[in-house]
Design a protein around this ligand. Structure first.
Ligand code: UDP
Length: 591
């Protein structure tokens, strides 16, 4: 990630490497854009394994969001590798012992992002003085000159003033702080309205029914649940033995203000010490709707809870929250509803592996150093429609080591068959995880498929982004009978450990299975149009469309001629097939 330099009064630019997760860093840069500090981010990486070579920055800015958390070892490693003139460490609170340990690395600043932003000019000036050899003044926040603060205040005020000019032109005298307060008040009013309406119309009648049940059968109406609320344990009540309605009393908490309508995910209280990142997340009020819940419902929360929550913390705001609320509604239809322990979803006579992304990567990692070829295929509704009329394809999928579920159609099928899927695992989402794993283990990839130059372009981008080794690439428009041996030789000579084949389904699965014993890579994956996405030829649907299960609509809009039949006719046909198989399994034939 690169940014342009932000001008400063002195005209000096600080070359800076930022160490932290992408979305946290984006926010950081956004805030820096409102200061008078000149800073040129030459590189931004998520963990120390990916620190740039041959960059000697003025400043190394490390944030809490660094993969695996802050530690002295990490700081020492980064310092030794980059030799920056100043290390700035942004943390939302560390205990005294950790603070001493971290400071021992020789930090120019250790504190919260807010404090840093208040004194950024003075902190960064230290690194400039060091560079020019002048004596280094103390750089801790307490010693920052007050004129820097007033300068910052003026600058921020100037920017705020600029951003409200359009309001003022319309005759309004609104300033952003007022807008922020109004947003909070508006959200609170919405919460009160929702809380009152749901309590009066739904909660109360259900409560009365449960009260009668209590009087007749002695089953308590509520059970208590202690959750994390605003950093402290809070005990809320849920309806006892009430199935999907058990969380209805949460709406009453909107009136008490202990829960928000949209916030961080509700989590049971755990007294164990938390990381600074978790501590920061805990400070945000939990909500009935959360980004984590939305991503979980659509089975795309592959990064794990903490990362998703952290993303929410930085995006939070009235508009974002209201849009998140809307995005949460489809999830009520296909939401999790309890995790199935079943490791397999049996669908249309095919066993589909019910894994998390982390599990799938773990298995591929093991297979890559195994002694036999391991086939990994992804199936979406279109593949399963093809499978229903293509006996060979069906047998090939049956023989595969792993068949993974791709798309919202599979999520719905899992729900219908009472085997909820743990995660939706498609090749495009898997690619970053696969590349990171391959880079860390020293495995190399061969990419076969797509039009001429597409796989090579995707390979360049992936190796730049994830430092993964790409052993070779080849296009997918070759004569399967005459030229396959040549392609196989090229793959085997490359020494690749993992082969990605993007010829479209079922062609790629058939090609892999036909030649698997002659292919040297240990992992053989069918990845469809993945290279088109990673080469930049075809844009992927925005994440909000994936969250509400409408990625297929985006694909129709991009390639209507090719895709309408696949989705407009294919999706209902697939659901019909699933329902028929569910209720009349004997009638399912693969011919
Ligand atoms: N393709 C190929 N050789 C062929 C036919 C197709 O390499 O003979 C490629 C095509 O360029 C595209 C991919 O296979 O990159 C198929 O993409 P599609 O979107 O159909 O696959 P999906 O991801 O939907 O399974």
């Amino acid at each position: 990630m690169k940014t342009k330099a932000i001008g400063s009064p002195g005209g000096l630019t600080h070359r800076c490497v930022v160490l932290g997760q992408n979305f946290a860093i984006r926010e950081l840069l956004h805030v820096l854009g409102f200061t008078f500090t000149s800073i040129d981010v030459v590189e931004a990486v998520g963990d120390i394994d990916h620190l740039p070579e041959a960059v000697r920055p003025d400043v190394l800015l490390v944030t809490d969001s660094i993969a695996g958390g802050l530690s002295r070892l990490k700081l020492e490693t980064a310092k030794a590798k980059l030799m920056p003139r100043a290390i700035i460490c942004l943390t939302n609170g560390v205990d005294a012992q950790t603070e001493v340990t971290l400071r021992a690395v020789g930090l120019s600043f250790l504190g919260t992002a807010e404090t840093f932003f208040s004194h950024a000019d003075s902190v960064l000036k230290c690194s400039v003085r060091r560079r020019t050899g002048s004596p280094t003044p103390p750089c801790d926040a307490q010693n920052a000159p007050t004129d820097a603060r007033s300068h910052l205040a003026q600058s921020v005020q100037g920017r705020l003033h600029k951003s409200t000019r359009s309001f003022q032109r319309m005759g309004f005298r609104l300033i952003p702080q007022t807008v922020a307060v109004l947003a909070v008040v508006l959200m609170r009013l919405i919460e009160l309205a929702v809380g009152l309406v749901v309590s009066a119309l739904v909660l109360l009648p259900v409560y009365l029914v449960l009260l009668v049940r209590y009087l007749v059968a002695g089953i308590p109406v509520f059970f208590p649940r202690t959750i994390v609320g605003h950093g402290n344990p809070v005990t809320i009540r849920a309806f006892n033995r009430c199935g999907p309605l058990q969380n209805l009393p949460l709406f009453a908490e909107l009136i008490t203000g202990r829960l928000a309508l949209v916030g961080t995910a509700i989590a049971d209280w755990d007294a164990r010490p938390v990381t600074p990142m978790q501590g920061y997340i805990r400070r945000i009020k939990p909500g009935i709707f959360s980004l984590w819940q939305v991503r979980r419902a659509s089975r795309i929360a592959h990064e794990g809870r903490e990362i998703v929550e952290w993303e929410y913390v930085f995006k939070k705001g009235l508009v974002y929250d209201l849009l998140l609320l809307l995005r949460g509604i489809p999830g009520l239809v296909y939401g999790a509803g309890g995790q199935s322990p079943s490791p397999v979803l049996r669908l249309l006579d095919l066993d589909i592996a019910n894994l998390t992304m982390a599990d799938a990567i773990q298995r591929i990692k093991q297979a890559a150093c195994g002694d036999r070829p391991c086939s990994v295929f992804f199936v979406n509704p279109d593949c399963l429609n093809k499978m229903a009329t293509d006996r060979d394809y069906f047998h090939i999928l049956q023989q595969a080591d792993y068949v993974l579920p791709d798309g919202i159609g599979l999520t719905l099928a899992g729900k219908l068959l009472q085997t909820p899927l743990k995660e939706n695992i498609n090749g495009t989402d898997m690619m970053p995880f696969l590349c990171k794993m391959a880079a860390s283990r020293g495995y190399s990839l061969f990419m076969l498929g797509g039009r001429s130059g597409v796989a090579a372009q995707a390979a360049r981008r992936l190796s730049e982004r994830y430092q993964v080794s790409i052993a070779g690439t080849a296009h997918g428009y070759f004569d399967r009978f005459k030229e396959s041996q040549q392609v196989i030789d090229q793959i085997n000579r490359s020494g690749a450990d993992i082969l990605l084949v993007g010829l479209g389904a079922p062609e790629q699965e058939k090609w892999i299975m036909r030649h698997r014993h002659r292919l040297a890579p240990r992992v053989l994956m069918g990845v469809g149009g993945l290279f088109d996405f990673y080469s930049g030829n075809i844009k992927r649907a925005p994440v909000w469309m994936r969250e509400i299960g409408l990625e297929w609509v985006y694909r129709i809009l991009q390639e209507p001629g090719r895709m309408w039949r696949r989705y407009v006719l294919g999706n209902p046909l697939f659901l019909y097939r699933v329902a028929r198989w569910r209720f009349f399994p004997i009638r399912n034939q693969h011919e």
